[in-house]
Design a protein. Structure first.
Lengths: 180, 196
C-alpha cells in the first residue's frame, strides 16, 4: 500500500495522460465534483483554453449537463469519486433515452487500504450500480495502464456511443492518509 | 382549483416562444413540456419526460456549447426545486445566453396537486439571485412575461431567471413526442450537426 501523493513534487503523471487523451478526443465540457484523486486533472482542465471545467453541487447535474452539451454539439466527461455515483442513478436514465456519448472517470474510495468505513458501502457497489444502469465499466489499477484504458474508454464512448465509466482504483490513486 | 390573478400557463409559454427566432427551448418534466408542445412543435424543442431536476443543467450544457444562441429552460416549481443546486452551478458559470422560466403553480400538478415548497416557504427568485443569477425576477403579469421573452434574446446580459406565478388548473394534456433520441437528433440536425 502507498499513501496518496498530495505534494506537487510527488504528483503522479497519469492525470497528464488522461488530459492528453481527452484533448485528442476534442472533449470540451468537464463537469466535476472535486476529489483529491482528480485534483491534478481538474487543475489541468481549469488551465486549458479548449476545455471548460464546470464545478457541480452534485454529480447528477453533470449527467444532465453532458446531454445538453451533446445536443449543442460538444463532447464532455464527468469527473467524480465513487460516492458520487449513487447520486447519479436516476439521471443515468437519460443516457439510453437520449443516446449521447457518456464518459465518466471515477476515483475510487472504499477499497485497497481504505481508512474511512463510511466510504466502503458505496465504493463496494459502484461497479454494480453502473452495470445495472447500462454503463460499461473499465478499470485502471496501475499508472502504466492508464493511457490504454483511457484510449479504449474514450473511443467506445465517443465513437460507438457506448456509455463508459473508468474506475481509477484506490491502488492507483493511493489510500487517503488521515493525520491529526 | 384556479385562483384569481394568476396567469394561464399556456398563455405564458406561448408568449415566451412567440417570437422565438433561433431559441433552443428545454421543457422540464411535467406539464411544462406539454405546454411547450401546445405552443407549437419545433425542431429546437427539447422535451423532457424524465430526468427530474435536470432541465436547467441540460440548458447549461447547451448554452455553453452554443454561446451565440439563446437557450431557454421552461420548467415547473417541483422540477426546479429538485435541481436547486444547479442554480448555484449556473450562477458560477454565468452563461450570458441562458434564461430559465419557472412556471410556479405551487404544486405537483402531475401527481395529484400536492402542495410544493413554493406555496409557503421557498422563494425561487431569491434563491436564484442568491446563487449569483443577478437578473432574477418575479413575474405576475403578462407584461412582465413579455419583457422576459424579449430579454431572452439579449445574449450579453444573462443568465436570467423568472418565476412566473401560474394558475394551478389542470389542462388538457398536449403530448409531445417521447422518443428522446429523435428529440436530440432533431435539435442537432437543426444546428447543423451530422449523425455520428
Amino acid at each position: 500500500m502507498h499513501a496518496r501523493a498530495d505534494a506537487a513534487d510527488t504528483a503522479p503523471n497519469w492525470p497528464d495522460d488522461i488530459f492528453a487523451t481527452l484533448q485528442r478526443f476534442d472533449v470540451r465540457q468537464v463537469p466535476y465534483v472535486p476529489d483529491a484523486g482528480h485534483s491534478k486533472l481538474i487543475q489541468r482542465v481549469l488551465d486549458s483554453s479548449t476545455m471548460r471545467g464546470i464545478a457541480l453541487t452534485t454529480e447528477e447535474e453533470g449527467v444532465a449537463l453532458l446531454a445538453g452539451a451533446w445536443a449543442g454539439g460538444q463532447r464532455g466527461v464527468l469527473l467524480m469519486q465513487s460516492s458520487g455515483v449513487g447520486n447519479c442513478i436516476n439521471m443515468l436514465s437519460l443516457i439510453p433515452i437520449l443516446r449521447f456519448p457518456f464518459l465518466t472517470l471515477v476515483t475510487m474510495r472504499g477499497e485497497w487500504g481504505e481508512f474511512n468505513p463510511w466510504q466502503v458501502p458505496m465504493g463496494s457497489t459502484t461497479q454494480g450500480v453502473f452495470e445495472l444502469s447500462g454503463v460499461k465499466v473499465l478499470r485502471a489499477s496501475h499508472a502504466a495502464e492508464v493511457p490504454a484504458v483511457l484510449e479504449a474508454a474514450a473511443a467506445q464512448a465517443y465513437n460507438a456511443l457506448t456509455p463508459t465509466a473508468v474506475l481509477l482504483s484506490q491502488r492507483l490513486i493511493g489510500a487517503k492518509v488521515f493525520t491529526k | 382549483m384556479s385562483k384569481a390573478n394568476l396567469l394561464d400557463r399556456r398563455q405564458v409559454v406561448s408568449t415566451l416562444l412567440a417570437n422565438r427566432k433561433n431559441v433552443v427551448a428545454i421543457g422540464g418534466l411535467g406539464a411544462s413540456t406539454n405546454d411547450m408542445c401546445a405552443a407549437g412543435d419545433h425542431a429546437r424543442n427539447f422535451y423532457l419526460w424524465g430526468g427530474m431536476g435536470g432541465a436547467a443543467m441540460i440548458g447549461l450544457g447547451l448554452a455553453l456549447a452554443q454561446p451565440k444562441l439563446p437557450v431557454l429552460v421552461i420548467t415547473g416549481d417541483g422540477e426546479m426545486l429538485m435541481g436547486m443546486g444547479s442554480l448555484a452551478t449556473i450562477g458560477l458559470q454565468k452563461p450570458a445566453n441562458l434564461s430559465i422560466a419557472v412556471l410556479d403553480n405551487e404544486a405537483y400538478g402531475e401527481t395529484g396537486g400536492q402542495t410544493s415548497h413554493t406555496s409557503a416557504a421557498a422563494d425561487l427568485v431569491g434563491i436564484a439571485r442568491a446563487c449569483g443569477i443577478i437578473d432574477s425576477r418575479a413575474a405576475t403579469t403578462m407584461a412582465e412575461v413579455e419583457a422576459f421573452a424579449k430579454a431572452v434574446h439579449d445574449l450579453s446580459a444573462g443568465p436570467r431567471f423568472a418565476n412566473v406565478k401560474i394558475d394551478s388548473a389542470g389542462l388538457e394534456r398536449i403530448l409531445p413526442t417521447r422518443d428522446g433520441t429523435y428529440i436530440v437528433n432533431r435539435i442537432r440536425a437543426d444546428l447543423g450537426f451530422q449523425p455520428i
